[in-house]
Design a binder for this molecule. Sequence first.
Ligand code: URP
Ligand code: ZN
Ligand code: ZN
Length: 465
Amino acid sequence: MGKVLKGGTIVTSKETYIADIRIENEKIVDIGTNIEITGDEIISVKGCYLVPGGIDAHTHFDLDVGITVTADNFQSGTKAAIVGGTTTIIDFVNHVRGNTLKQSLEEYKNKTYNKCFCDYGFHMSISQWNENIEKEMEYMVKEEGISSFKMYMAYENLKVSDGSLYNAIKKSKELNVLIGVHCENGDLIDERIKEFKSQGKLSPFYHGEVRPPMVEKEAIGRLLSIGQLIDYPVWVVHLSSKLGLDEIEFQRKQGAKVIVETCPQYLVLDKSLYGKKEDKNFQGAKYVISPPLRKKENNLVLWNGLSQGNIDIVSTDHCSFNYKGQKDLGINDFSKIPNGGPGVEHRMLLLYNLGVLENKITLNKFVEITSTNPAKIFGMYPKKGELQVGSDADIVVLNENKPFKISYKNQVQNVDYTPYEGIQCKGSIEYVFLRGDKVVINGKVLDNKHRGNYIKRNKSSYGVK
Ligand code: URP
Ligand code: ZN
Ligand code: ZN
């Protein structure tokens, strides 16, 4: 016995049409207007949109940042993901310098085994470069299905030199895999933090001031120049600014190959949330993320980048810390506020409501940037990211007339605030199916089963511009 989702409007990255979907043994087995139904469970989805389950390719669950550990672990994080229509996440294995990549992966296998509500994969971070790490990269690709890596140009414990980036990207070309890079100039940031603190500039307002768009632009330019020397694509993670996008466009014209990711926070929030220079209320700490929020005019530039195809995907960079007990570690010094914020639960709703319904992107573009492109880029397509016969039956049923107000009071993610507090959505999620199982109805997870499977990923099937 299977299931039939009847009467919905199917939306893919290319088409929108009315048809029924039949599901059996975790897969979509038929799509049409006259499909055979024998003993199946019929679920009416008339008037709703059926989109492929969301893929959030950038989360940090159960991340130890030294002074504290993220508020969400894989249990709460993947539960929040699925409630919000994300059926697959890709998290970053944290590589502690001095450890092997294998040790780091083992730690993440323990953190995730039998604990996830949605399907999941790993990118592998690399915080230092040497011959052993180079060999381990091969192992990760061949044996563990990890076909993407991340390196950092900022953060003392993570950042690598330009030489290390050069060698790692050369290796990624040999293995035909992808490296994502956190593009901020760490040296400049460290100097500016010292400078600002010596002047008594200590409130969250200054988090944005020490890492202005120029710091991002410089790092992007350097990275894409390295990429050009090797003639191989790189992935710019969490792009936040117009200046950064301008640099990408400039470099593309010179021949750079690049995949670009942005996040909901850079599309809908802005730096006014850091408050005033001398604010004592510390509310700005909730938005201390890196790269920081920018001036409002950057939001529209990034929406346009998505709609014109210059930005490829939207992920969340979910990295949550409670306001009380974690963000307040930096109450007297903004540089001690743990960097990061929540988002995995609300990405699909924000992009649908503030993107599609406000005519910034089309419905098909919404599917492309939240699901189809990440599936292709990260080697999961067409198992994931598509509504077609043979694909996993990961399906989100969106109702455009089902209002929902985003609030920390009704959220599943395990954190005491949301940066999107009070945003009123016109449409929201009716059902979520994970490989054919109905797991969410009306914003509620139906049971506490950890159905999430680890996904061994292939190499990218995405054509880089
Ligand atoms: O502030 C952020 N984004 N924290 C998470 C780590 C990163 O840079 O991606
Ligand atoms: Zn980053
Ligand atoms: Zn991140």
